[in-house]
Design a protein around this ligand. Structure first.
Ligand code: NAD
Length: 392
């Protein structure tokens, strides 16, 4: 079939297998061009390993530190008539490249929130790796089924306390208008914490610890975004921020339990399948791209992850904040960078969108997430959506 992007609102419903594979290879090449990660991980479990920051975590561990990796994700496989989701193609391409390089790489495609997938991961670790010395927790999901009660919790992206009106870019229609978001009620806040908070991260570490598959010096990390005042009302101080605060609690508990040295890592705002769904973020990210590219400080997922490993997880002098979090958002949050973004923010209109912001770059990166607009790929060519993978 001819595979062209099918964009619906802030999501693209198909993906290009060769484009996704090329993206994975590009990230691998970036890591290979850096110095190896000294003292880096050897046996790694990545939960949420197929796209965005989790995929970059897996690539950096494997190709920067020669690590064996087990990846867990939830992706749609292809059929003869329908493409897979991008993460499926990414994971298949990653495994192929890792195997070519002589690295162990296996994956589980299933619900990471379930007890079954945790048990399956433990069995595979026991059989193939013995123990893991790093557990990366990089899930982003709109809902979670509680394995104990069977209840399905859905997260919301809403402010807390009072309604919030902000400039929003409708990425479908390229319209900029004010949107007002009503505050979340207590139930919605609690549900968001259930889905995106630290409970499942702790359940993973409990299960792995009880099964005896964590090394004595095991590290674990979960990802968050903090941002500055432009995004606080919809992120840092909103429902998702509340959930992310719960990661700090979980990190303390995990470390105190002795199972692993747990940290939250603060990463920068980037286009991923998850961030494009958050109101206000597309406009903010387009401005971040504009300013940071001009400054020469722009980074993608893979650059961020290489720095997390070399300046956070595997160095004797990590950059930690007062809450014991690794900070890799340092360049985005530089006062002079934020000041430029804040100045541009009220000036952006539909007419000057492409001039004042890097919306072009945002859009290109968005399509690239699904394997589109990638150099060297013939998008007019008849392409089979079916790609063979070792996972289901
Ligand atoms: P993403 O959408 O690219 O990746 C999400 C991953 O989770 C995918 O691998 C997906 O398959 C997996 N997943 C979702 N539900 C699952 C389930 N039920 N079972 C198994 N796997 C499941 O998102 P991302 O932006 O890379 O986010 C990863 C983490 O990084 C999140 O915690 C996010 O908050 C954080 N973060 C993101 C940004 C950003 O700007 N994108 C910035 C800082 C921190």
């Amino acid at each position: 079939m001819i595979i062209q992007p099918k964009v619906r609102g802030f999501i693209c419903t198909n993906a290009h297998p060769q484009g996704c594979a090329a993206n994975v290879r590009e990230q691998i090449d970036y890591i290979k061009a850096q110095s190896p990660i000294e003292g880096g991980p050897k046996n790694v479990l990545v939960v949420g390993a197929s796209t965005g920051y989790g995929l970059a975590s897996r690539i950096a561990a494997a190709f920067g530190s020669g690590a064996n990796t087990l990846g867990v994700f939830f992706e749609k496989p292809p059929t003869e008539k329908r493409t897979a989701s991008a993460g499926y193609y990414n994971a298949a391409a990653f495994e192929e490249e890792a195997h070519k390089a002589g690295l162990y790489a296996k994956s589980i495609n299933g619900d990471a929130f379930s007890d079954e997938v945790k048990a399956q991961a433990i069995e595979m670790i026991k059989q193939d790796m013995g123990k893991v010395d790093l557990v990366v927790y990089s899930l982003a999901s709109p809902r979670r089924k509680d394995p104990k009660t069977g209840e399905l919790h859905s997260s919301v992206l809403k402010p807390i306390g009072k309604s919030y009106t902000a400039r929003n870019l409708n990425t479908d229609k390229l319209e900029i208008s004010d949107i007002t978001l009503e505050p979340a009620n207590e139930e919605e806040i609690a549900a968001t914490v259930k889905v995106m908070g630290g409970e499942d991260w702790e359940l993973w570490l409990d299960a792995l610890g009880e099964a005896g598959v964590l090394t004595d010096d095991c590290k674990t990390v979960a990802y968050t975004y903090i941002g500055e005042q432009l995004t606080w009302p919809i992120y840092g101080h909103a429902t998702i921020g509340k959930a992310k605060e719960d990661l700090d609690r979980a990190a303390k508990e995990i470390t105190a339990s002795g199972k692993a040295d747990a940290h939250v890592a603060v990463l920068k705002a980037l286009v991923t399948q998850s961030s494009s769904a958050i109101p206000v973020m597309p406009l903010y990210i387009s401005l971040v791209y504009k300013v940071m590219k001009e400054e020469g400080t722009h980074e993608g997922c893979i650059e961020q992850l290489y720095r997390l490993y070399t300046e956070g997880l595997y160095t004797d002098s990590p950059r930690l904040d007062n809450d014991n979090r690794y900070r890799v958002d340092d360049k985005e949050l530089r006062p002079e960078t934020q000041a430029k973004i804040e100045k541009l923010w009220p000036e952006v209109t539909e007419e000057n969108l492409f001039e004042l912001t890097d919306y072009k770059g945002y859009q290109a990166d968005f399509l690239k997430l699904f394997g589109f607009g990638v150099d060297g790929i013939d998008y007019e060519a008849d392409t089979s959506p079916v790609v063979k993978a070792d996972f289901e």
